[in-house]
Design a protein around this ligand. Structure first.
Ligand code: ATP
Ligand code: MG
Length: 561
């Protein structure tokens, strides 16, 4: 059962949940069964997460079960790597299929028997038209198709040909098995759709035992029926396939009658959510792989430090409806920030270090100061942070000629060093080309912990690390992979890839406690953003990925609409 809790009880039920409730009330079903049916030809993305949380969510809410089903009918594109990644990602999202993991390929024998059943009933035939001819014969949205010259073969001849297709007696592409429905149908899906094609490809599970493979349309509904799925939830592009889905169920001796329902898929601004396009980004090495932190894949989001709870929160806010829309990526960021603000431990890390020397702090000495791990959560405890005469502060926290409202460091200005002391900048040291390379300061020993006994105030508080104790790190700052909101959806999406989607910083300095962080530790670098350690980084070279910045642009978006 899924661990997803649906806390928003007051939310009205969407049309799918309404349907399920009715079906249970009128006794059409006593237990509902849903399924999430990925094709293992790529990694899961955040759009899939919507489908996963819907399928596992309703199963959980209505005391049913949700199957994980691999729709593995096209071995030309499928791979064990994808099967493994999908299982890992679904689990990581918090969904649990228990014993119920299935493969469409487990039913290859049964599906083939169904095909023979249709042939014997005169409802399917073997066609010898080439792919191109078939396209011509199919007609268009405005013109009916025409019958193939092979359409009226008798059942015995069809059966013989089908068996020989199965036995591998024909070359790939020379014959297909088609349903005999209606070449003049207004719905192109009903114009004698292909049920089986010849394909010599090694299947990850059935190896080389099959020379013919069922199409998605033929496999999907029957597999639903075999598994006892009651509610087959899919995205709107399958709406026009539903009459075909129903035709198979009506014309085959299937053990159950599943019903298909369609909902709108998730589209996100500045993002591409088409598996074909994501595959292209990976294959053309526009990204480092499926789990590149800029990818909208579950693995990519994870590597960027997005917690599963934030993804679940995000998808639970999406409408389950019949209307396609484009959701602002800022809303996803908002959900991530919302969760991390509450759960990320606070640490200090300096992205672009500038040395700061405290002239009146004794040389060679150091002390440890207490720092709180989370300002809003006492139970998160405290840690010790080393402090000494030489520190690093953020280059951006100093201006030589600051405007009035700049409440950070400038010549003669006093600021608070977080958890430490007040310091005043007394001198600025530059290199030969005039760049500031060091700040000289004095500190007030009376202000330990960040407060002055005389009640004097400072407006600014900045973060820092002790130069002698800090650990060097590399930090990746990510921006959306597409600058334009529609960039990922445009025809020439590859040309819209943001060339500045990652900024790689080296020579960053972080506080020593971060050696212990793991890729699953959510960290807020104070005043900077949320980060996590990259999964490929080790103690010798710490690498952090920025999950999301601190500023919430969703509030702005929301106010605009
Ligand atoms: P493609 O991108 O090539 O269309 P796909 O994303 O549909 O492929 P599948 O593995 O077939 O890939 O998808 C598994 C399930 O996830 C399907 O039920 C599909 O409807 C659903 N799904 C896919 N993309 C989205 C999306 N953006 N939003 C919601 N559900 C989705
Ligand atoms: Mg699909």
């Amino acid at each position: 059962m899924s661990e997803i809790d649906n806390t928003e009880d007051e939310k009205p039920l969407d049309f799918i949940r309404e349907q399920i409730r009715t079906d249970l009330e009128v006794g059409k079903h006593h237990k509902i069964v849903t399924r999430f049916p990925p094709e293992p030809n790529g990694y899961l993305h955040i759009g899939h997460a919507k489908s996963i949380c819907l399928n596992f969510g309703v199963a959980n809410e209505f005391d049913g079960e949700c199957h994980l089903r691999f729709d593995d009918t096209n071995p030309a594109k499928e791979d064990q790597e994808f099967i493994d990644a999908i299982q890992r990602d679904v689990k990581w999202l918090g969904c649990n299929w228990g014993e119920n993991v299935y493969y469409a390929s487990d039913n290859f024998d049964q599906l083939y028997d169904y095909a023979e059943h249709l042939v014997e009933a005169g409802k399917a035939y073997v066609d010898d038209l080439s792919a191109e001819e078939m396209r011509e014969y199919r007609g268009t949205l405005t013109e009916p198709g025409k019958n193939s010259p092979y359409r009226d073969r008798n059942a015995a001849e069809n059966l013989d040909l089908l068996r020989r297709m199965k036995d591998g007696q024909f070359d790939d592409g020379t014959h297909v098995l088609r349903a005999k429905i209606d070449m003049a149908s207004g719905n192109i899906n009903l114009r004698d759709p292909v049920l089986y094609r010849i394909l010599r490809a090694t299947h990850p599970r059935t190896g080389d035992s099959w020379k013919i493979y069922p199409t998605y349309d033929f496999a999907h509904g029957q597999t639903d029926a075999i598994e006892g799925v009651t509610h087959s939830l899919c995205t709107l592009e399958f709406e026009d396939h539903r009459p075909l889905y129903d035709w198979f169920i009506e014309n085959l001796p299937v053990p159950a009658r599943p019903q298909q329902y369609e909902f709108s898929r998730l589209n996100l601004t500045n993002t591409v959510l088409s598996k074909r396009r994501l595959t292209q980004l990976v294959q053309e090495q526009r990204v480092s792989g499926w789990d590149d932190p800029r990818m909208p894949t579950v693995s990519g989001l994870r590597r960027r430090g997005v917690p599963p709870e934030a993804i679940r929160d995000f998808v639970s806010r999406l409408a389950i409806s019949k209307t396609e829309g484009l959701v602002e990526a800022a809303m996803l960021d908002h959900c991530i920030r919302d969760y991390l603000n509450e759960h990320a431990v606070r640490r200090m890390g300096v992205l672009r270090p500038l040395k700061l020397v405290i002239e009146n702090y004794p040389e060679g000495e150091s002390e440890v100061l207490v720092a709180v791990n989370h300002p809003g959560d006492e139970t998160a405890g405290t840690r010790m942070v080393p402090f000494s005469r030489e520190l690093y502060v953020e280059r951006d926290d100093f201006m030589e000629d600051p405007p009035k409202k700049f409440f950070r460091l400038g010549p003669g200005r006093e600021v608070r060093l977080r958890f430490a002391y007040f310091v005043t900048c007394t001198d600025v040291i530059k290199d030969a080309s005039g760049d500031v390379i060091e700040l000289r300061c004095t500190y007030d020993p009376e202000t330990k912990g960040g407060n002055a006994p005389d009640g004097r105030k400072v407006r600014g508080t900045i973060h820092w690390v002790s130069a002698a104790h800090a650990i060097p790190a590399e930090i990746n700052l990510y921006e959306p992979l597409f600058e334009e909101p529609e960039g990922g959806n445009s025809q020439d999406f590859l040309e819209n890839v943001n060339p500045n989607s990652v900024e790689h910083l080296s020579g960053c300095m972080v506080e020593p406690s971060l050696v212990e962080s793991t890729p699953d530790t959510a960290i807020q670098f104070e005043r900077t953003g949320y980060f996590c350690r990259d999964k490929d980084s080790d103690e010798n070279q710490l690498v952090f990925n920025r999950t999301v910045g601190l500023r919430d642009s969703w509030a702005k978006v929301k106010n605009r609409t």
